[in-house]
Design a protein around this ligand. Structure first.
Ligand SMILES: N=c1c2ncn([C@@H]3O[C@H](COP(=O)(O)OP(=O)(O)OP(=O)(O)O)[C@@H](O)[C@H]3O)c2ncn1[C@@H]1O[C@H](COP(=O)(O)O)[C@@H](O)[C@H]1O
Length: 112
């Protein structure tokens, strides 16, 4: 899975200083963080609406969830790139958490 993420992250990095007229990613960087976050919020909402439809739908509705989730992941990568955060850090964090039950992790948190 991380092959395509690595390739995409490389392209996104190249687009940071590309011509906004010629590249969607460059146009997002050019518009700035608020625009990127606005798109991210939109894609999150579209993903959850698609998921609600898919729960009572058929194959087309399931495919819509895949497409919306791809939009959401893509815009998350653009956000990370804009902030200069390597997407590998997110993969490393997931790897660090791998095998640690969320229930156990929460129970081990210091009480506030
Ligand atoms: N994976 C993607 C990708 N996924 C989604 N999108 C774009 O994300 C945009 C958001 O979808 P919307 O339906 O919300 O778009 P919209 O309604 O036109 O947006 P608004 O006008 O409402 O702001 C669309 O223009 C999609 O084409 C993507 N654009 C680019 N990529 C990748 O990024 C690379 C670089 O793209 P460019 O920078 O455009 O060369 C591409 O080669 C692809 O690999």
């Amino acid at each position: 899975m991380s092959d395509i993420l690595d390739q995409l992250a490389t392209v996104l990095e190249q687009r940071r200083h590309a011509d906004p007229e010629a590249s969607y990613v460059a146009s997002l960087h050019h518009k700035g963080l608020n625009k990127i976050l606005e798109k991210l919020g939109e894609e999150a909402t579209e993903t959850l609406l698609a998921a609600k439809d898919a729960a009572q739908g058929d194959e087309p509705e399931r495919q819509a969830v895949v497409a919306e989730t791809a939009d959401l992941w893509f815009h998350s990568l653009v956000m990370l790139s804009h902030l200069g955060i390597d997407h590998q850090a997110v993969l490393d964090e997931l790897a660090r958490r791998f095998g640690i039950s969320g229930l156990d992790e929460k129970a081990a948190r210091p009480s506030e």
